[in-house]
Write a new protein. Structure first.
Lengths: 226, 228
């Protein structure tokens, strides 16, 4: 499918050898959104969870320590930048690498908490993310084998739609679903949100949403259903 | 494979082309066997080890493409694989520490490296290794030179001579990294001066890899100092 049809209009592209970045209003909006949110959480403080206690008038506060806060902020910024990179990249394998980086950083974001339940679900999510790297990279490599290129600009103009590319697209979709933790795998990810430190944890959710939107664009570019 | 005849140049032998499909099937089968193992797993550690098999199957599928580009894709794939298994094993360790209440050191050092060769071998061997590494350049040279630095640091640590010569190695490593990146960028933006880019990136990667291996030595030495 044509890039200009999907993204509004083609503003232009930066050819860096084999890697060609292209700009459409669609990509620029997603990129700007990810960068803006990253900037906001770089400035913000963490929340404090307050629980009322039974039988007394006192509250119980769950705070995030200073060292843990710094590491979390760093990982959240990395996650935001990786999301922004996945939005703007014009290379299929770079996209999968950014998605894999988001998966690793998501594990790291909840890795330092003190709740055993959350660590348990983070472990399950990590196993799923690691298994999902097989269809993710495998799908990208199969598309390379079937069409001879990984550049999205070239994929949008080529007319090679074989059973091989369709198989690879299914693999790619499975990989992205596992790595970002959407529909069949959402149970462990919902559990991960129970840790304190909210604005940094929201990036886990936002990154998976944005990646899914971009993945749909990429799958439409490769398969050209209409 | 409908598209293969179009894309593959004639000088590639048909045997190599026909190997792609078996390799892909082997990769998928390996992944499936790994998933079966996870389904029948005994514990969390078993699941983690079996997940690594699935990761290796991913490398098989990427390697099956067998072009220069596929070779360039294997390295990031391997790095992602290692990073993920490190992160998950860290989570597992942290959870077990919370459950049992005991803490474990991140690096189970100090090693008891009381080998005689470290006391008697001449430090000149390190000079030879570093010089040979500089002669080789690139990844291989970096590894050889790094082994030389590591050898030097280990022998010094065993003999008890305080050496702070390699404190600046970390800084040099960062500079070499930018040198490598700039050299790599030259290939894209100014392909006319590719020779300069080649030399810059090869020098950068040499210093980078050498200092990485050397830094392992420094970490080991710090642990030795703690012991004494």
């Amino acid at each position: 499918m044509d890039i200009a049809t999907l993204g509004g209009q083609l503003f232009g592209y930066i050819p860096l050898g084999d890697i060609v970045l292209y700009f459409t209003p669609f990509n620029l909006f997603l990129f700007g959104g990810a960068v803006l949110f990253t900037f906001l959480i770089a400035l913000s403080n963490t929340e404090t969870q307050v629980e009322a206690r039974f039988g007394t008038l006192k509250d119980r506060e769950v705070k995030v320590g200073k060292a843990e806060f710094k590491i979390r902020r760093f990982l959240a910024i990395i996650c935001g930048l990786a999301t922004a990179g996945a939005m703007i990249t014009g290379d299929l394998f770079n996209f999968t690498l950014f998605v894999a980086l988001i998966g690793i950083v998501n594990i790291g974001l909840v890795g330092a908490v003190k709740m055993v339940d959350v660590l348990d679900s983070a472990f399950q999510y990590g196993i799923i993310a690691m298994i999902a790297s097989l269809p993710l990279f495998g799908g990208a490599a199969t598309i390379l084998a079937a069409t001879g290129t990984l550049s999205l600009i070239q994929l949008s103009t080529s007319n090679l739609i074989t059973p091989m590319t369709q198989f690879a697209s299914v693999l790619l979709l499975m990989g992205i679903a596992g790595e970002t933790g959407i529909a069949p795998f959402y149970a462990t990810k919902a559990e991960m949100f129970r840790t304190p430190g909210s604005p940094f944890l929201v990036i886990i959710h936002l990154s998976s949403l944005l990646v899914i939107i971009r993945a749909i664009e990429i799958l439409l570019i490769i398969n050209k259903p209409f | 494979m409908i598209g293969a005849e179009v894309l593959v140049p004639n000088l590639v032998s048909p045997v190599v082309v026909s190997l792609y499909e078996p390799a892909l099937i082997v990769g998928l089968l390996t992944g499936f066997i790994g998933l079966l193992g996870i389904a029948f797993k005994k514990g969390d550690l078993t699941a983690l080890i079996l997940t690594d098999i699935v990761g290796l199957a991913m490398l098989i599928i990427v390697a099956a493409v067998a072009t220069d580009l596929a070779e360039a894709l294997i390295l990031p794939g391997l790095v992602v694989e290692l990073a993920e298994i490190l992160a998950i094993s860290e989570i597992l360790m942290s959870r077990e520490m919370r459950k049992s209440g005991k803490t474990v050191e991140l690096l189970p050092l100090p090693l008891s490296l009381d080998m005689e060769i470290l006391e008697t071998a001449p430090a000149f061997l390190a000079v030879i290794l570093v010089a040979y590494g500089v002669f080789l350049t690139g990844f291989t040279g970096g590894v050889v030179a790094g082994v030389g630095i590591l050898f030097y640091v280990l022998t010094r640590a065993i003999r008890g001579v305080p050496s702070n010569i390699f404190e600046g190695v970390a800084g040099a490593s960062g500079i070499a990294w930018t040198l490598w990146l700039v050299g790599f960028l030259i290939f894209f933006v100014a392909p006319q001066i590719w020779l300069l880019g080649l030399f810059m990136s090869s020098l950068g990667i040499l210093i980078k890899v050498a200092s990485k291996a050397g830094l392992i030595g420094i970490m080991g030495r710090e642990e030795f100092r703690k012991e004494k």
